[in-house]
Design a protein around this ligand. Structure first.
Ligand code: ARG
Length: 235
């Protein structure tokens, strides 16, 4: 497919870590759908193959080990581009801007991290949200117990069942949760971390990276990106 070699013939294999709605999650039928899924479908189409999604823990994605091991061609996981990750992955052009947000149960009076003194805050293991909170706790000398969960579903479940007083993750995933579970949680505070998401390929896979970037650029210029954004993120 245009000088691009793929780990599995006839497919563009994507590593992701489920669930991370609205970027990737299973629908009622078990099919993985979302913002990232649609953008990578465009890349697959450009290459004349179909996308196949592999669900794998975030650690193996962000460390580059899944890509290096040939588990997949591309990583698409609502993954923030960071300097540390750039050492082990080659990132596409940014495709989404995100910030961190603190979610609490509706009715909670908490509005700041300081008000969480003596309490537990849930984070998703290995994410930029976890790193942000750990840094804040350390820098401000806050007496907060940071509890890491293996995935977004476990983190959200812990918040919903009061095992943690608050939880930090990327703003769009809280917006999606609130949309699907009206009245349950609210965003108490936002932290403008200025994050940008990128798709990643194995270091040195320039041919695939170029295909991803060309596909993104085409989607941005022909309105497809805006349509996908409206579908999954909103106006
Ligand atoms: N944007 C955050 C990060 O890069 C969270 C990503 C989590 N993604 C996922 N599919 N579980 O660290």
């Amino acid at each position: 497919a245009g000088g691009v070699s793929l780990v599995k013939a006839g497919a563009l294999t994507t590593c992701t870590h489920l669930p991370y709605a609205p970027f990737q999650a299973k629908d009622e039928t078990g099919k993985v759908v979302g913002f990232d899924v649609e953008l990578i479908d465009l890349v697959a189409k450009k290459l004349g193959v179909t996308q196949e999604i592999v669900d794998t823990p975030f650690e193996g994605i962000k460390s580059g080990s899944d890509l290096n091991a040939g588990k997949c061609d591309v990583a698409a996981a609502g993954m923030t581009i960071t300097d540390e990750r750039k050492q082990v992955l080659d990132f596409s052009d940014p495709y989404f801007d995100a910030t961190q947000a603190l979610a609490v149960l509706t009715g909670s009076s908490v509005k700041t991290l300081e008000e969480l003194a003596g309490k537990r805050v849930g984070v998703q293991g290995g994410t930029t949200g976890e790193e942000y909170i750990k840094t804040q706790v350390e820098q401000k000398g806050l007496n907060i117990e940071v509890v890491s969960f293996r995935d977004l579903a476990a983190q959200q479940q812990a918040l919903a069942t009061n095992q943690v007083e608050a939880a930090v993750n990327d703003l769009p995933v809280w917006n999606e949760y609130i949309k699907n579970n009206p009245g349950k949680v609210v965003v108490a505070a936002g932290f403008d971390t200025g994050e940008q998401y990128g798709f990643a390929v194995k270091k040195g896979n320039a041919a695939l990276l170029q295909a991803v970037n060309e596909s993104l650029a085409a989607a941005r210029s022909d309105g497809t990106y805006d349509r996908i954004y409206a579908t999954w993120i909103g106006a």
